[in-house]
Design a protein around this ligand. Structure first.
Ligand code: SF4
Ligand code: SF4
Length: 113
């Protein structure tokens, strides 16, 4: 549930992130060191990439991880456990975007758009 529903434009109001969470289980999700400084639970629950693979926005992998079918911070009620301090990549993810629609399609949500 990465997006801020308060920012959803009128044309996107059909998308209810609080009942979706598709983007938290479909695409690779990474966090940077700045994200981990803001939210220490990222260090505890995500996997630190090998040094040669790290970049400003990609130091920790949140998804996919072994034995998890979604980001470790996605609750069963489809809300984000670290919503206020979630990674930048989650803040930037746009509700109603092509990626959003693709994520929803992959988990079986049919949008009439
Ligand atoms: S950190 Fe929160 S918003 Fe980002 S992918 Fe995980 S559950 Fe979704
Ligand atoms: S896939 Fe789209 S509607 Fe679903 S939680 Fe992510 S941004 Fe919101």
């Amino acid at each position: 549930m990465p997006c801020d529903s308060r920012k959803v434009s009128a044309s996107k109001e059909a998308f209810d992130c609080t009942a979706c969470g598709a983007c938290c289980r479909c695409f690779p999700i990474f966090a940077g060191e700045a994200d981990a400084q803001r939210e220490p639970r990222i260090r505890e629950e995500a996997r630190l990439l090998e040094a040669h693979m790290r970049s400003e926005e990609r130091s920790y992998r949140l998804f996919p991880l072994p034995f998890l079918d979604c980001c470790p911070f996605l609750r069963e009620n489809l809300l984000c456990r670290i919503y206020e301090s979630r990674p930048r990549v989650c803040r930037r993810f746009e509700v109603g975007s092509d990626q959003c629609l693709e994520a929803r399609r992959r988990i079986g949500i049919v949008d009439a758009i």
